[in-house]
Design a protein around this ligand. Sequence first.
Ligand code: WT7
Length: 640
Amino acid sequence: MTHLIRSFEEYQAAYRRSVADPEGFWGEVASDFQWRRPWDRVLEWNFTEPAVKWFAGGKLNVTENCLDRHLAERGDQTAILWEPNDPEEHYRKFTYRELHAKVSQFAHVLRNNGVRKGDRVCLYLPMVPELAIAVLACARMGAIHSVVFGGFSAQSIADRIRDAGCSLVITADGGFRGSKEIPLKSVIDDALVQCPSVRKTIVLTRSRSPVSMIKGRDAWWEDEIKKVETMGNPDFPAEEMDAEDPLFILYTSGSTGKPKGVVHTGAGYLVYAHYTFVNVFGYQPGEVHFCTADIGWITGHSYILYGPLAAGATTLLFEGVPTWPDAGRLWEVVQKYRVNILYTAPTAIRSLMGFGLEYVQGKDLSSLTKLGSVGEPINEEAWHWFDEHIGGGRCPIVDTWWQTETGGIMISPIAGVTPTKPGYATLPLPGVQPLLVDENGREIEGNGVSGNLCLRFPWPGMIRTTYGDHERCRLNYFATYPNLYFTGDGCLRDQDGYYRITGRVDDVLNVSGHRIGTAEVENAINLYTDVVESAVVGYPHGVKGQGIYAYVVCINHQRDEDLTRRDIAATVTRAIGAIARPDKIQFVTGLPKTRSGKIMRRILRKIAEGETTDLGDTSTLLDPAVVEEIRAGVLVTKGG
Ligand code: WT7
């Protein structure tokens, strides 16, 4: 790897170069890749449409770069290590050669089932190696994958399948997460009632719980594999793809409407995932990388699969949860596989902290060399606990700020290179040009300032469009401030020029590192028979970072309140999934609104945070008395 940054001076030099000559910089980075045809132009862009093209005219296949090109040098090295949910079950591993063969085989399965280049395929699977295989098989044959996290409801999946027009769904009978079994196929059956575009489903056997199988539509994964075996397991040559052909769609929540399908394209995304993986984590050949995210989120796409595999690393896939069978599970896994790089979320750290040190003690964590955090601001207490008790004080911690839309890490220390500061994502990576703006879009220069975080120049991993609705992409990210990409995050730049992300400034919540739109939760709550209207805000939660607080106006006040709360929570779970269940529901007779009918969330947020005196200016309220009532009835939220 020729672009590994080894000192702070090298970082500064790379950064300067990336700003002075972005095309030269990224062109050099991308030349490490295997191209079928070189690009004509490194970058063409404008942020007004927006239209961004990286490596236009170039041809390649992402899996050739993640698999084929490693075969000669490290074909027998482990590519994927898999730790099952149940520690008693045997682990599995795949060398690069084996993974290559499996991906090739499953690409045939996809083709045999009518999938063609450019078709959309929905994946709703547990965290098993077959998920990685299916993702890569899509990439190999040029199909666009849309992975949906296994915790989403049938309704959410149906929305995503319809939006993308998926023709095939890959799922499993059921999946295991901790002590729970998730009936994946049954959820898919419910979803497909609303999805006429789906012609086929392929069902992996995992839990072997009984499932319905519909003739002509549903086929078993294992049977489909046998058919390819009887064909003699022919190789599946990687499809030649244009640099800007879409690689995948990943749905994420915004402040309005239904989740949008963020589209990433092949070349730029892979170059960026690879570059950031090796540099941020200071990846050394032979290291074992363990990212605890689910492949259903961007973190899993970029740092379980594409980044590590492009680098020829050994990546660990974990099916289970950190707290089962007990709160020592992650440390067990680190010990078992001699993990070197551990990349996890603050919410997991806080939750494990709460169980006490006895689950860490006695575990051999000496293999760890680097630690990473992602998904939300990491509080200092969690940072120090992670540093001291997991890293033994010897592992650099990288607090990595980025988003589904950025494709890869944007602001982060480079492990062992950038001096860290707890709570700070520190400095932009090469190629990343952040700026802070005020409400009017005026740049706030200098240090020791706060504002809204924007980016003024494209980077290879950036979002290209929102699937099926380019205007939505423009409005969401490029219209708030002309000629800038707006992240939706608030940010502080301190005296040293270090960046500290302070949280979303839009109506988006971050619950346990998962992004949830308040409007989505409100719409789900409003489905409940007795609900007239609702308003959802976040409040500080000790483990989740943010909890979901719902103010709900109901008819039928005579009903049992606790039962109604549970019914509403069940309604939300049914509509979105358990991750969107409100933590607190307060029944109110009205919501604070301006004369024009706009809900004043600022006030509701303050009340939910436990602020009782200073609610700011309430003079524009239609009915100030309603605030008094809400304040009197507030559910205590201090400390989560
Ligand atoms: C939002 C993006 C990127 C993978 C996981 C989440 C917040 C993310 C950090 C961090 C403070 C962070 C931001 C961002 N966020 N990382 N290190 N420090 N906040 O992806 O679901 O697209 O959410 O997560 O608010 O906008 P996502």
